[in-house]
Design a protein around this ligand. Structure first.
Ligand SMILES: [Zn+2]
Length: 113
């Protein structure tokens, strides 16, 4: 499962940070998961819960921001809203758009103690 491996890499990152910044618990994690990232948020939450059992991040609250998918159309010369990264332009229906937003998968903020 893709989301479980993402959750495990996330935990690795948290443990690395805990070492560097000397904290013992992660209370809250704020993530950005773009609409075009292909990540299933319910599966990620579930994966995170499983991956963090007995770790510094067990029971941590998870807030997820979802930046909308956007892409650039060279024909229309404008940014358009898209729901998947391989979409043709909803404006002209011809050109493939280059995704410019919504691909994020990153930690925005951590609340630790
Ligand atoms: Zn277009």
């Amino acid at each position: 499962m893709h989301e479980l491996s993402l959750a495990i890499s996330l935990l690795d990152l948290l443990e690395e940070r805990a070492c560097l910044d000397a904290f013992e618990r992660v209370q809250k994690i704020i993530l950005e998961v773009g609409e075009l990232s292909g990540v299933s948020i319910p599966a990620l939450r579930q994966g995170f819960e499983v991956a963090t059992k007995g770790t510094i991040a067990e029971g941590a609250e998870m807030d997820i921001l979802e930046p909308p998918g956007t892409g650039w159309c060279f024909t229309c010369e404008q940014t358009v809203a898209i729901k998947d990264p391989f979409r043709t332009c909803p404006g002209c229906g011809k050109s493939a758009v280059t995704p410019t937003g919504g691909l994020e998968f990153r930690v925005v903020e951590l609340v630790v103690s």
